[in-house]
Design a protein around this ligand. Structure first.
Ligand code: NDP
Ligand code: GUE
Ligand code: MG
Length: 296
């Protein structure tokens, strides 16, 4: 028997707790926590994601704003926009949607965001804190949203001590998902393997995993027989694949139908990790707002 880990349920619970905190913040400070999302260009999928983020913010008593810049914006103009948001005391969280157009350096833009407002947890200072922390505390650190959401679902599924000693395999080593995910699992006492495109015999590596996280960006690459019976599978992938009716549909990086009956628990796509990513972004916004309010 395989159970689905319902991202909608987990995300709704986290958003409810976050909303209560956001309302308490507003009652105390006379303004809502504020999140500014910067999007460059008009890639349709990116547009859809950022709209979800600002809509969910409003439903969570957070002042979510969208700043839309043209595809042709210069690095200087984008840096000036980030500097303006850094200097505005009513802005608690800044997110620059990635990827950026080719003429802009994403790492440079992330480095320009004030670390206290870096609700993605991508700034080198926050990355360094995550890397060196002996205790992961999502109340005191800005942790990348997708790995944090995945970790929260693992905690809820396996129990607070349920990760210790488990063999965890993360497929993918990006700075936004794979690497911070491996770091969180390590901090939770898993024995962690990070696999990537140069890994030899990836199916054999995956078969060792008690906890398998797929963050690759290849539709249904992880087959059912790569999954150790009884494993917990976190499917981070969001892949749009064509369908006969021309509308297309979203699938993950795991062949979910094949995993059924093999995995103990698996996150569906859609309705899994993605929902927690957005909820964690709102959580981080309130954490950032509270931390900044303590500073003044
Ligand atoms: N649900 C959510 O909230 C989110 C979902 N996503 C989705 O997660 C997926 C991964 O995103 P992201 O980390 O940004 O992607 P990247 O493209 O930045 O990284 C993909 C990683 O997968 C590895 N990889 C690629 N092909 C293979 C292969 N054949 N075998 C083994 N490893 C491989 C790459 O290895 P190498 O380093 O060697 O090139 C790389 O490390 C995407 O589908 C993305 O849309 C992303 C963010 C949030
Ligand atoms: N600076 C930055 N921070 C990010 O966190 C960031 C980013 N850039 N660039 C793109 C990726 C991708 N990402 C997702 C967020 C929500 C869903 C999501 O809500 N998914 C839903 C719906 C999926 C759908 O229907 O498209 C689900 O999985 O159920 C997915 C993916 C955040 N990212
Ligand atoms: Mg994120």
């Amino acid at each position: 028997m395989t159970t689905l880990i319902d991202g909608n349920v987990h995300a709704a619970a986290l958003r409810a707790r976050t909303k209560a905190r956001a309302e308490a913040f507003a009652a105390h400070h006379g303004r809502q926590p504020r999140l500014d999302v910067v999007i460059v260009g008009d890639h349709p999928a990116s547009r859809a994601y950022v709209r979800t983020k600002t809509r969910m913010a409003h439903e969570t008593a957070i002042d979510g704003r969208l700043i839309e810049l043209p595809e042709t914006v210069t690095a200087e103009a984008l840096l000036a926009e980030i500097a303006r948001l850094n200097a505005d005391p009513t802005v608690d969280g800044i997110l620059v949607q990635l990827p950026l157009p080719g003429h802009l350096d994403g790492q440079m833009m992330i480095g320009a965001i004030h670390p206290d407002k870096d609700v993605d947890g991508f700034h080198p200072l926050n990355v360094g804190k995550l890397y060196t922390a002996t205790k992961i505390d999502p109340e005191r650190m800005l942790i990348p949203c997708t790995p944090l959401g995945s970790l929260m679902m693992l905690h809820d599924t396996l129990g607070p001590k349920g990760l210790a000693g488990k063999a965890a395999v993360v497929v993918g080593r990006s700075n936004i998902v794979g690497k911070p995910m491996a770091q969180l699992l390590l901090a939770n006492d898993c024995t962690v393997t990070t696999a990537h495109s140069r890994t030899g015999d990836l199916p054999a590596v995956c078969r060792e995993a008690d906890i398998l996280v797929a963050a690759v960006g290849r539709p249904e690459m992880v087959r059912g027989d790569w999954i150790k019976p009884g494993a917990v599978v976190i499917d981070v992938g969001i892949n749009r694949v064509p369908t006969e009716d021309g509308k297309g549909r979203i699938v993950g990086d795991v062949a979910t139908a094949e995993a059924m009956g093999r995995a103990a628990h698996i996150t569906p796509v859609p309705g899994g990790v993605g929902k927690m990513t957005v909820a964690c972004l709102l959580h981080n916004t309130v954490v950032a707002a509270q931390a900044r309010a303590e500073l003044v």
